[in-house]
Design a protein around this ligand. Structure first.
Ligand SMILES: Cc1cc2nc3c(=O)[nH]c(=O)nc-3n(C[C@H](O)[C@H](O)[C@H](O)COP(=O)(O)O)c2cc1C
Length: 357
């Protein structure tokens, strides 16, 4: 009998066809030494290829954007080769996969970066500490990017997008969320610039939009998605005029064509999905604490095109099938989220195949 749930109907995001609406959210797992994806990474993603779309872990466009240890990049030939192996393995199982392009900006530490600088919109350190080989250390004061360096960074994103497609991936997602570089430009708590890259909401949105436009110019609108997280304070992000900032940003997004907008749901005190829904024809992926019933509710109400699931995919490689069957979900082990080997990564089993009735 056909399953009437809207979660298991096919759809399309830009040029990318999805077999179902269960998307795997991007998750850093810190298992790519020197930033190069390995056969183990390929196995991990291939195990999860039944997702309608896999969005990879945050992947740096440039050496300066790789602020955590063992996260992947998409700027060197070896990294591109590594991603080719991942794309092949996922496609062999019928899946689709886009790379999340994440520049960590000021959320970085020199100890993690093979000599690359820690950079940001302004010389304002994020509060808090980050993981390094020597233990947790304070975030450093970043080098404030010059205008020429900003332009070079934007070109870095465009080249990473081209590299993603060259590696056989289905596209990219610009990571504009969770306090990384584009979000640092958006937020007054990280951006004190007085040139055209800071100050007004339009100026603070300029970097994110320039990255989006450069990515679209590089590989085509149908292969580029964008993630934002209005109101998420993660990584010391604060904005006293949040609604104004995102109203401006979304107005600009409404003038552009791209594959999808991926919203990490927090409640910033205004209705973000309603604001996003005004973007003409834009496809929405919603994320954050969803289960099957809530996900189906959003899809049935026409509030989203797909729903992404994060932590549930860590311990449930066959998440779409488990949701379809109403099977119990395994609980992921937080101790093995970041770093390490196959343990807590590729050793979560799928359910035994359903017996023929
Ligand atoms: C281990 C882990 C790593 C994550 N890494 C990223 C990342 O690289 N990029 C990103 O945009 N979000 C990242 N997130 C956030 C998830 O994409 C997602 O927004 C979050 O887990 C909430 O969705 P959920 O309730 O379905 O888990 C990460 C989450 C987890 C648990």
């Amino acid at each position: 009998m056909a399953d009437a749930s809207p979660l298991f109907t096919p759809t399309r995001l830009g040029d990318i066809p999805l077999a179902n609406r269960v998307v795997m959210a991007p998750m850093t797992r810190s298992r790519a030494p020197q930033g190069v994806p390995t056969a183990l990474n390929a196995e991990y993603y291939a195990q999860r290829a039944s997702a309608g779309l896999i969005i990879t872990e945050g992947t740096s466009p440039t050496p300066e954007g790789r602020g955590y240890t063992h996260i992947p990049g998409l700027y060197s030939p070896a990294q591109i080769e590594g991603w080719r192996g991942v794309a092949k393995a996922v496609h062999a199982r019928g899946g689709r996969i886009v790379a999340q392009i994440m520049h960590t900006g000021r959320i970085a530490h020199p100890d993690n970066m093979d000599g690359a600088r820690v950079v940001g919109p302004s010389a304002i350190a994020a509060s808090g500490q980050m993981f390094t080989a020597a233990g947790p250390q304070d975030h450093p004061v970043p080098h404030a990017l010059t205008e020429a360096e900003i332009e070079a960074t934007i070109e870095g994103y465009a080249q990473a997008a081209r590299n993603a497609v060259a590696a056989g991936l289905d596209g990219i997602e610009v990571h504009g969320a969770n306090g990384y570089l584009p979000n640092q430009f958006l937020a007054p708590s990280a951006n004190g610039r007085t040139d055209r890259w800071g100050g007004s909401a339009a100026n603070r949105a300029r970097f994110l939009l320039a990255v989006l436009d450069a990515s679209i110019a590089a590989i085509g609108a149908g292969r580029v998605g964008l993630r934002v997280s209005p109101g998420n304070p993660f990584n010391d992000i604060a904005d006293p005029a949040l609604e104004e900032t995102y109203t401006e940003l979304f107005a600009e997004l409404g003038r552009r064509d791209f594959a999808y907008l991926h919203l990490f749901g927090t409640d910033p005190g205004f209705d973000v999905p309603a604001l996003a829904a005004r973007l003409s024809g834009k496809k929405l992926i919603l994320n954050g604490g969803y289960d099957r019933a809530r996900a189906e509710g959003e899809l049935a109400a026409g509030r989203a095109q797909a729903i992404s699931f994060g932590s549930a995919f860590i311990a449930n490689p066959d998440l779409p099938e488990r949701l379809r069957r109403g099977a119990a979900l395994a609980t992921p082990d937080r101790a093995t989220f970041y770093g390490g080997d196959a343990r807590g990564y590729t050793d979560y089993p799928a359910l035994p195949a359903a017996r023929a009735a």
